[in-house]
Design a protein around this ligand. Structure first.
Ligand code: SF4
Ligand code: SF4
Ligand code: SF4
Length: 289
């Protein structure tokens, strides 16, 4: 991807930024790359294996990265929503980051595969994508590739919706039983930026730290509610989960509820306020007795 490499080289040469965060080929597939010197820019690549949401490296929670100085970050359209989220929630200033948008033809969900997109390996979010050309970008690179294939398989959210509350409860209890409380879902998430997570607090302890069904349920329900109207649907938590818990299903359901009740869909425009930080007189509030 020559245009991306040339742009990165230029941004580093003229000292617009001190680091370009992008993707490179690693020993085990594609991995995030931190390019700090112009002559390293040739390492940058972009292809359907570039699944990581690099906006997570902008979060102030990763304070060890502050020493890197001003950053440029390579984003797909879906990742740009996370940059917008961080700006919207005043975690970063828009002018402090150079956003390099890449036109995208979908990702596989597996940075270690052969990068060939099929209806079996395409990330589910790509099927409904309307941001293949990121809008929140200072620079846009690449030609727009053909649209990704449509994933095969049942609509699991609809399947869960069709269940009785008891069946759904049993489904989630069984799934969350496998959680090992590694918190990888939190660590990889661009929108999990609290300096101290409620799951780590011990005085008082809000959520038990050991991995047992009650604590796991409490942990994941808390995290999912904290993501309401904020989750950008990048699927990174699902990819990171070693227990293969289908976290994406519950996040998708919560996003649908937020859209239905507040008419809000997570936006890549930081000036569009999210329901969590706003109050409207016509907000539905029949649950307040
Ligand atoms: S959701 Fe859209 S922008 Fe994101 S990886 Fe899929 S096709 Fe690309
Ligand atoms: S909760 Fe998961 S899908 Fe949502 S923004 Fe965080 S990592 Fe991405
Ligand atoms: S990544 Fe999976 S196993 Fe680890 S805490 Fe999150 S849900 Fe549990």
């Amino acid at each position: 991807m020559k245009a991306l490499q040339e742009l990165a080289r230029k941004l580093l040469e003229d000292k617009t930024v001190s680091v370009v965060i992008g993707y490179e080929e690693g020993p085990h597939g594609v991995r995030p790359a931190f390019i700090t010197k112009p002559d390293q820019a040739d390492r940058l690549i972009f292809d359907p294996r570039c699944v990581h949401n690099l906006a997570t490296f902008l979060s102030p929670r990763r304070s060890h990265l502050v020493t890197l100085g001003k950053k440029a970050v390579v984003v797909k359209g879906c990742d740009a929503r996370a940059v917008a989220g961080l700006v919207r929630e005043t975690q970063i200033k828009r002018e402090d980051v150079v956003v390099i948008g890449v036109r995208c033809g979908g990702v596989t969900g597996d940075p270690m595969g052969d990068g060939k997109l099929t209806e079996k390996n395409v990330a589910p979010r790509c099927a409904v994508c309307d941001v293949r050309e990121p809008k929140l970008a200072d620079h846009l690179v690449g030609e727009l590739p053909p649209a990704p294939p449509t994933p095969k398989g049942p609509d699991m959210v609809a399947k869960l919706d069709a269940m009785t509350p008891e069946e759904r409860w049993a489904f989630w209890q069984k799934e969350l039983e496998r959680c090992v409380r590694c918190h990888a879902c939190r660590e990889v998430c661009p929108m999990c930026f609290c300096e101290r997570c409620i799951a780590d607090k011990s005085m008082p302890q809000w959520i038990e730290s050991s991995a047992h069904p009650r604590a796991n349920l409490s942990w994941q329900m808390t995290r999912v509610l904290h993501m309401a109207g904020r989750c950008v649907g990048c699927g990174e938590c699902v990819r990171a989960c070693p227990a293969n818990i289908p976290l994406g299903l519950i996040l998708k359901k919560v996003a649908a509820v937020v859209e239905e009740r507040y008419g809000y869909r997570v936006s890549d425009d930081p000036s569009v306020p999210a329901p969590i930080g706003t109050y409207r007189l016509d907000d539905k509030q029949e649950f307040i007795l």
